[in-house]
Design a protein around this ligand. Structure first.
Ligand code: 0A1
Ligand code: ZN
Length: 884
């Protein structure tokens, strides 16, 4: 047995639990080792005596021996940093317990017992924001994945479902509102200024869905009548003064409830649905049963403080958490390896919802852009893992773009192959079959197979194999027949050297160049390493449009000529394919330039001309709506460009991309100024046309800033001064923040002054500077880290400053100063909030794909982190895998 998997010795000294800091090489948990729980907990009663500095917790667990378990007499109750203040078995206090690592072990003679446990916790000292913690004077919980064990000892695993009753008591002035899951069954006042409330949730749930909130909050109240005519009370709880910024979230909630009934046949199952917004939160939001807890940034919006993107984010996240009520809560996960069962499916559901609420085409493009920017690099780096991982050290590290976004793409492929109607039949079967259960990804695939009548045997490889498949496509033409040859390879990833061929569904069309038409879309399914598909009846060589709608999450190498790409960018009737042709045109051009190749000045000019013509056509095309025009104007990002190369030089990529942007900005100056002018006359509203106008306005500025900075600075300053909404104001400030103009300081200061005290907007102020194109970003970030508004204790603020900074340009500054700053951040943040600290490791983990000088500097910073004593499990796992 190696040290990594050796369990700690059991101890009986309670102090040992407190001292149990994570070992330097944490144990690896493996999917294949899953065992059903030895004991079940059908009912749980919790009693809280609330205080910010000290909260007392008393639990009563009805435990039953699991007939499907191993028959063990030992009940293992997980704890994390807890010391039992008292333990009772069937009402009798006992000293017959031991501590194993951080867990509490009890030996039980019978098949059914009541276990009582008292613990004391310190919410104000909880900087990790896991378990029960304090935020701005309120108390709230975060239990997914393993936070419940920081509140009380419990079998803290998702396959132990329990019915919860909660009683809480606390100071009425400090905590006038007391909330938990389910329904409030009783409440009252005490003579000493405290009050109490009892809550009961009738739906059995795993501990990760438990929630409690106590604070001085006000609600936006509304209601929704379900498809069977039940009225549900809806509340969004915020701090006093923020009520008027909750209307968009409330509308999104009601829209989601209706949409889930209509599209998936899912009705809400309690009479109350509460949402609470908190300022200190590690992630976006949490789907606790009947009591969702949200990061304020996904609730609060009004035109003066939130951008159009913020509005979309709120709609999507509110929907996501609501949809979890079925995909996650009613059917939950057997173990954390199955995380994509609830997350991949729920992301797909929220994506489809947002497609239906706004522009489906634009939403699809945005989702693919996110996948390529966040998931593709993950899948090709040292942290690559399948959507159903095989092992982990710290589960918090697996809330990834792979599990979420690739997970959604995998389920979307099943839907594409069986069709929307059969997919709906299959999801009905899934929900019927597994309601009330803790299920597996295999259960999901089997239900889709059975419900849709499909064979998904080989398709299951998508759950097991990591890495983005690469499909090479070559089209030949002879004797009136077009032949498409497809070859797939799946790259090796850590622990998976050899891969099998995947099932890859590709929607395609073949265009007649002279008519600009195609004769219908086809779906081809590639099962083999290589296959040929023939299409008769083409007098001339058609133009290939492949992976339309991004039907498979793969990288395509279609080796298309500029002429074909310009044709598709102008004519393709699939909006994604049109976007893709524009992207590809730029990717091919820039990659040829940066890979140090054979391009001469004439080639560079020809490439720029083709891109310039295509962009001019996009700007001029009267048939395009502005939202789509805005999408087509976005250049491929530097990370995505770097992904195309085995080893990238970020400085060269940045310079060439900026060079192209500058050329386009100068070349198309008059068109872009006219576009900005036209869009500026559209009054503010949330309608698609007005949102589109705002999008192209800032896009125009982005090109002008590169090509004709003086013109851009004036236009941006004007846009900033005239703005009656945050989208315009932020867009203008983003452009100014990247320019060397006196207007930069003036407008940044005006923005800060106007929004002083508004945390979400001040986050934007940090981000805009940290992610700007300004040559002295590193100095700016260093200064901002000392700004009185900066704090390591708020994850939104940390991400605002440092995530924006890890965008390629400044992060990769000569000499490695950017790498050092991020490593310093990780080391400083790790003891405070390890979950958030660990999320920064991936940026350094790309070192193998970066040119040698920078690569060595990145690696050295990872080694410096690895050598630090007392690292958290979270950071240890990410750093050791990144070096491995
Ligand atoms: N289940 C949530 C994500 C989530 C995961 C862990 C958290 O811990 C800090 C918080 C939220 C979702 O998918 O929205
Ligand atoms: Zn989720």
């Amino acid at each position: 047995m190696d040290i990594a998997s050796r369990p700690a010795d059991p101890v009986t000294n309670p102090e040992a639990a407190d001292a149990a800091t994570p070992p330097q090489a944490p144990a690896t948990i493996r999917r294949e080792d899953y065992q059903p729980p030895a004991w079940l907990v059908p009912e749980t009663a919790l009693h809280f005596t609330l205080g910010l500095d000290r909260t007392q917790v008393r639990s009563a667990l009805q435990v039953r021996r699991n007939p499907a378990g191993d028959g063990s007499e030992t009940l293992r109750l997980n704890g994390d940093g807890l010391v039992p203040a008292g333990v009772w078995i069937d009402g009798e206090e006992t000293a017959e317990w031991t501590i194993d690592g951080s867990d509490l072990l009890l030996t039980l003679p019978g098949d059914a017992h009541e276990i009582g446990i008292a613990t004391d916790i310190a919410p104000s000292a909880n900087t990790q924001l896991m378990g029960l913690y304090a935020s701005n004077g309120m108390l709230c919980t975060q239990c997914e994945a393993e936070g419940f064990r920081r509140i009380t000892f419990f079998p803290d695993r998702p396959d132990v479902l329990s019915v919860y009753s909660v009683r809480m008591a606390g100071d009425k002035a400090a905590f006038p509102v007391l909330l938990s899951n389910g329904n409030c069954t009783a409440s009252g006042d005490n003579a000493d200024g405290t009050h109490w409330a009892e809550w009961h949730d009738p739906w059995p749930k795993p501990s990760y869905l438990f929630a409690l909130v106590a604070g001085d909050l006000v609600a936006n109240h509304d209601s929704f009548t379900t498809m069977s005519g039940r009225q549900v009370d809806l509340n969004i709880w915020v701090r006093d003064g923020d009520q008027d910024r909750t209307h968009h979230a409330m509308q999104a909630l009601k829209d989601s409830m209706k949409w889930d009934e209509e599209v998936f046949g899912r009705e809400y199952d309690l009479d109350l649905f509460n949402i609470v917004a908190v300022a200190d939160f590690n992630m976006g939001a949490m789907e606790n049963k009947g009591l969702n807890v949200f990061n304020t940034r996904y609730i609060l919006a009004d035109p003066d403080t939130a951008t159009d993107m913020d509005y979309d984010g709120i709609e999507g996240v509110v929907a996501h958490e609501y949809f979890h009520n079925w995909s996650g809560n009613r059917v939950t996960c057997r173990d954390w390896f199955q995380l994509s069962l609830k997350e991949g499916f729920t992301v797909l559901r929220d994506q489809l919802f947002s497609q239906d609420m706004g522009s489906a085409a634009v939403k699809r493009i945005e989702d693919v852009r996110v996948l390529r920017a966040a998931q593709f690099p993950e899948d090709s780096g040292p942290l690559a893992h399948p959507i159903r991982p095989d092992s982990y050290q710290e589960i918090s590290n697996f809330y990834t773009a792979t599990v979420y976004n690739k997970g959604a793409e995998v389920i979307r492929m099943m839907r594409t192959m069986v069709g929307a109607e059969r997919f709906r039949k299959a999801t009905d079967l899934y929900f019927d079959r597994h309601d009330g259960q803790a299920a597996t990804c295999e259960d999901f695939v089997k239900a889709i197979e059975d419900g849709a009548g499909a064979d998904l045997g080989q398709f299951r490889l998508w759950y097991a194999q990591a890495g983005t498949p690469r499909v090479e496509a070559r089209l030949s033409h002879a004797d009136g027949v077009a032949t498409l040859t497809l070859r797939q390879t799946v790259p090796p990833t850590p622990g998976q050297a050899d891969k099998q061929a995947m099932v890859i569904p590709l929607r395609l069309a073949l265009f007649d160049r002279s008519t600009g038409q195609h004769r219908g879309e086809e779906l081809v399914i590639l099962h083999e390493p290589q296959a040929e598909f023939s299409f008769a009846g083409f007098a001339t060589r058609p133009v290939l449009s492949l992976n339309r709608g991004f039907s498979a999450p793969v990288a395509i190498d279609a080796d298309q000529s500029n002429a074909d790409l310009v044709f598709l960018a102008a004519h393709d009737d699939d909006p994604f394919a049109r976007y893709e042709a524009m992207q590809q045109l730029v990717v091919q051009h820039l990659i040829a330039l940066v890979s140090g190749g054979t391009l001469c000045a004439a080639d560079r000019d020809a490439g720029r001309e083709a891109i310039g013509q295509a962009l001019a056509a996009v700007i001029d095309d009267p048939a395009l709506d502005d939202l789509m025009r805005g999408e087509l104007m976005i250049l491929p990002g530097e990370t995505y460009l770097g992904e195309q190369l085995l080893v990238a030089d970020p400085a060269v990529i940045h310079a060439e991309r900026e060079g192209l942007k500058a050329w386009l900005g100068a070349q198309l100056k008059d068109r872009l100024v006219a576009l900005h002018h036209r869009a500026s006359s559209v009054p503010y509203s949330l309608a698609a046309a007005a949102r589109g106008a705002r999008k192209i306005k800032t896009q125009a500025l982005v090109y002008l800033a590169a090509g004709v900075p003086d013109v851009a600075a004036q236009l941006a300053a004007q846009q900033f001064d005239d703005a009656d909404n945050m989208t315009d104001r932020q867009g203008a400030l983003m452009v100014l923040a990247g320019l060397d103009t006196p207007l930069r300081e003036v407008k940044l200061a005006a923005f800060h002054q106007r929004y002083a005290g508004n945390a979400l907007v001040i986050d934007k102020w940090f981000s805009l500077q940290a992610g700007s194109l300004h040559p002295r970003v590193v100095d700016h970030v260093r200064a901002l880290s000392q700004h009185p508004d900066f704090t390591l204790s708020n994850p939104n603020r940390v991400r605002a400053l440092y995530m924006a900074f890890t965008a390629p340009h400044a992060f990769h500054a000569d000499g490695g100063v950017g790498y050092r700053m991020i490593a310093d951040l990780i080391l400083a943040l790790d003891p405070i909030n390890p979950q958030t600290a660990a999320r920064f490791v991936a940026s350094l983990g790309r070192w193998r794909r970066i040119e040698p000088v920078r690569s060595a500097l990145m690696r050295a910073e990872l080694e410096r982190i690895a050598a630090a004593p007392g690292l958290s499990k979270d950071t240890f796992e990410q750093v050791s895998k990144s070096l491995g």
